[in-house]
Write a protein that binds this ligand. Sequence first.
Ligand SMILES: O=C(O)c1ccccc1NCC(=O)[C@H](O)[C@H](O)COP(=O)(O)O
Length: 389
Amino acid sequence: MEGFASLKAPSQATPFFSSTPRYWNLPSQLSFYKRSPFSTFSVRAQVESNDGLAAVATSGESVTEALKVKEWEVGMFQNEVAASQGIRIRRRPPTGPPSHYVGPFQFRLQNEGNTPRNILEEIVWNKDTELKERKPLIVLKKALENAPPVRDFIGALKAANERTGLPGLIAEVKKASPSRGILREDFDPVEIAQAYEKGGAACLSVLTDGKYFKGSFENLEAIRKAGVKCPLLCKEFIIDAWQLYYARTKGADAVLLIAAVLPDLDIKYMVKICKLLGLTALVEVHDEREFDRVLAIEGIELIGINNRNLETFQLDISITKKLLEGERGKIIRERDITIVGESGLFTPEDIAFVQEAGVKAVLVGESIVKQSDPAKGVSNLFGKDISLG
Ligand SMILES: O=C(O)c1ccccc1NCC(=O)[C@H](O)[C@H](O)COP(=O)(O)O
């Protein structure tokens, strides 16, 4: 069997996770050559993708196989770039390339490198697989024409903060989570969303991941269609710009970009696409390194500090305080960046603690979704009624 041409890496200008839309021009060259003195002629096809990948297949293996190898090689390249930025989450399993790289399938199953190192990595690998089923971008672009108008996510948070003197609430419609399991059995997303709005939430966060959070895009769409006025955050694990378009077609006003998962170039690229689509990007960080990376990116207006370590599930609300102290806090104030304190907030004291640290908004799920009346859950969380009337 013939070997493959060496990897032609995507150019530095091409964001690594932006496979939107990668398509292959089949074939850009087709040539015939004599394989050996004993065989006759063999066919050699070179294929290229629009974002700079090249693969060569010869007869004896299909073009599809050649493409699989190239996709895998790019995945490995992405892992290396991410690691160089301190990102521990690998986009794809480091081993388990197409079969002729390592031999029969059973060897791949035995290879430990194919086991995700933590839950966030598992979610990302699963998302990568889910996205293989996606519709072409052109179909989404058409659907965008019928998407409901975008609403001002940051504006709603600021208005709530001014109105109540408390951080604006992003209330999360969350049925389950990997760390806590099922949070609410009688889960009606629209009813919960309406109750949050009645209780005084400024915005809502709707989990759309099915496998780990029991959420869905149908929930997002249904909440939007039910006439809820709060702007909606699509709480998804975004690894591909395609998802931004999809979220918008389903009625999202904002999306989450996780710095622990996305390299700088991808965040930059996705922030630009968000602006194009009118979406607000909530860029989430968990430590100093991620915070500094995000602060170095132009055009960031909304940063979430997640008190939950997404690799270990450990909760510590003093993370928010630690990240907002000193020079970083000064930069935030100078640039008027809105900070959201995320996760592990249960009491009015917790809210006061993160507000004192400098947040103007909070993202809360568990403590309010578990209440039999989520509207009441909101007033319990703040220690007072923050509803409009
Ligand atoms: O909540 C989890 O267990 C979790 C696990 C892995 C990745 C993300 C996870 N949660 C996403 C969030 O950050 C929270 O849903 C959100 O901040 C609300 O947190 P909480 O108020 O603690 O429910």
